[in-house]
Design a protein around this ligand. Structure first.
Ligand code: SME
Length: 160
């Protein structure tokens, strides 16, 4: 299978460049979106330090439904007016919660989560899924993580 060649303590720009290359190599030419989301969830989990959850929620009939992920079992359905994921899907904008307890309506799937980054995946301008990262470390995510995940979301636009 695909071999990765990056240290977890590499600068974030290098980490995300390598992650993007790996994601591209893993999903290029594969038409099955579930398989691609499963491999990307595994990739995020392997590449990014200090996560307790990494994966996808898919937009299905106007609500978010759990997709492939790594981490503990999670809430299956999220209405668009709930949580960090719902806010990302509803607004179409990246949501960076440095402190999930301060985020209105945050859904605590895993009590260990302290910070969260959710990036919408759009196809033809329409949100089709969100990528969700959770961390037990407060303020784990910054603008570089958001940029990296937004590039990943663009790559995946037609691959999930
Ligand atoms: N915390 C999320 C729910 C999904 S879990 O983190 C996997 C939210 O508030 O949307």
């Amino acid at each position: 299978m695909y071999a990765f060649n990056i240290a977890a303590d590499a600068p974030k720009a290098e980490l995300y460049a390598e992650l993007l290359n790996s994601a591209d190599a893993l999903t290029a030419g594969e038409l099955d979106g579930i398989a691609n989301m499963a491999n990307i969830a595994a990739l995020l989990w392997q590449f990014l330090p200090d996560l307790n959850w990494a994966g996808f929620y898919r937009m299905v009939d106007g609500e978010l439904v759990l997709g492939p992920f790594q981490g503990k079992a999670a809430c299956i359905r999220i209405p668009l007016d709930k949580g960090v994921c719902g806010a990302a899907a509803r607004t179409g904008a990246t949501q960076l919660a440095e402190d999930v307890h301060a985020f209105p309506g945050h859904i605590a799937c895993d009590a260990d989560s302290r910070s969260e980054l959710v990036v919408p995946v759009k196809r033809d301008g329409v949100v089709v899924a969100v990528i969700d990262l959770d961390s037990p470390v407060p303020a784990r995510f910054d603008a570089e993580d958001a940029d990296g995940l937004e590039m990943l979301a663009k790559l995946l636009s037609t691959r999930i």
